[in-house]
Design a protein around this ligand. Sequence first.
Ligand code: NDP
Length: 260
Amino acid sequence: MDLQLGGRVVVVTGASSGVGLATTRYLKAEGARVVASARDLDRLRRAVGDLPGPGQVHAAACDVVDRDSVEAMVAEGVAAFGGVDGVVCNAGRSLMAPIGDTTDEQIREELELKVFGAWNVIRAARKHLAASDAASVVNVNAILARQPETRLAVTSAARAALLNLTRTLSQDLGADGIRVNTVALGLIDTGQWRRRYESAGTAQSYEEWAAAIAADRGIALGRFGRAEEVAFPIVSFLSPLSSYCTGATIDVGGGVSRYI
Ligand code: NDP
């Protein structure tokens, strides 16, 4: 099926690893032109340098919490490709700590990363999106937004704030023809989990350690997800074929969510 993304310009943040890299790979295979960004430009260039497919990738550094840096990245993308049809706000990480072990500074940083990390990018791209005939924003979020966990207290709250903001934006930007949707993740095997495994200092193999966590969390499919399993729902929301979908959320959690 042709997802009608050929030639479309999509900004992807956090594109050097995990979900952002898998999304960039998918978009390039579909013929899209991707403005791929992350803070570490060398690592980003190594990651996206030889992805297969008929599309194009322009690598541009930015820190999503720094408004000036985001505006410069979007301007660089527009200079390279002439506009913006889609934005994937994906950059981020999570803070594994109960609220009692969290400093005020960590709380502020987490809220800033989750809220401004998306808003800075959407704000910078807004006028270009409004000029597109198929504008789509996808905010990568977490099932935690609606199903908080005490061990990820601040991340859960910050995720809820982003989900709420996403719904507001879908209302505000609808008049300009800009769709705004959410892909909410469960536990996905990416750099985040590899780093947690290394800091856990366990004698288990990564596979044993991950399987034990999947069992503990009651994931219906019994395993972590893969980044490419998240990329497809993201790309679906970007596709003009999803033209009547806005303010929606797709959970990609293998059945970890408990709400109806
Ligand atoms: P990875 O750690 O694999 O990749 C994170 C990416 O974000 C990297 O490209 C990193 O590059 C970039 N990044 C981090 N901070 C910033 C910043 N301030 N500005 C710009 N780029 C930044 O993460 P995942 O693929 O696992 O995660 C993708 C998104 O999904 C994140 O928002 C994450 O919180 C969310 N998520 C992931 C889950 C999971 O189980 N994996 C579960 C729920 C949500 P660099 O360091 O060079 O900037």
